[in-house]
Design a protein around this ligand. Structure first.
Ligand SMILES: Cc1cc2nc3c(=O)[nH]c(=O)nc-3n(C[C@H](O)[C@H](O)[C@H](O)COP(=O)(O)O)c2cc1C
Length: 221
């Protein structure tokens, strides 16, 4: 019963959040499914990178990274690049854009089904994100920071307390995809787990039951 109520509250809060957004929608270019680097090389060269060149990412690079994070890989069944317990897909990817060619800075949210991003705020909120992540410099200066969040109500409604475990496992799948995609694109990233959950939730004005699980700054190296 507790889970059913939490599911209903979660859905209402998500609907309210979605309707509150009327930001600009940006259709992303189609991602590429070919690479000059093998999966073995990507695994070999994957390293956490915390310092980036002061250069913007391209929209193609942003498109590729978001597709790797949660993109649709089977349009018939809406399966994604990451596995998900019960195919519930509780992860939501937010993007703080400081510098991407052709895209205004701000905070955006990724819509996997349409492969587009929607602007939520015109402010990239980097100073606040930096403070909320214990003053980690890479969060402040990276051209792009992905903020992976999870709708706990979705997975808990089906799996109860075990759903919490599944959320963190799924976040790991998503982060590893982003790491490997970055290697393939010649970009660097680092999985940032040290941050204040409540502060990040306030900065993004997250719907109730959506909780941040990882920050991933990304830039050219
Ligand atoms: C759960 C988790 C949390 C992490 N949190 C941070 C963090 O807050 N800041 C940071 O700079 N690196 C963070 N890291 C990255 C680790 O420091 C890094 O993976 C480790 O030093 C091994 O280096 P490698 O990733 O280059 O192999 C985190 C990694 C994991 C798996």
């Amino acid at each position: 019963m507790e889970y059913v109520i939490s599911f209903i509250i979660g859905v209402i809060s998500l609907i309210k959040f979605t309707y509150a957004q009327n930001g600009k929608v940006i259709k992303l270019p189609t991602p590429s499914f070919k690479s000059s680097i093998s999966i073995e090389e990507a695994l070999l060269y994957r390293r956490s990178k915390r310092f980036y060149k002061d250069l913007p990412l391209t929209t193609q690079e942003l498109s590729q990274i978001l597709w790797a994070s949660q993109g649709i890989s089977d349009s018939d069944y809406k399966f994604r690049t990451c596995p998900s317990a019960g195919a519930l897909y509780p992860l939501e990817v937010y993007i703080s854009i400081l510098k991407v060619e052709g895209i205004e800075s701000g905070i955006y949210k990724y819509t996997p089904e349409k492969h587009e991003i929607i602007q939520l705020y015109k402010n990239h909120k980097r100073d606040e994100l930096y403070e909320a992540s214990l003053k980690q410099e890479w969060v402040k200066w990276a051209p792009v920071v992905l903020i992976i969040c999870a709708s706990f109500y979705k997975t808990k409604a089906r799996y109860g307390e075990r759903g919490i475990r599944y959320i963190y496992i799924e976040t790991g799948h998503c982060a590893q995809n982003i790491y490997l995609q970055c290697v393939s694109l010649g970009l660097g990233t680092v999985a940032v787990g040290a941050f204040d959950d409540d502060e990040i939730s306030k900065i993004l004005n997250l719907p109730k039951f959506e909780i941040p699980t990882y920050l991933m700054p990304i830039g050219k190296i």
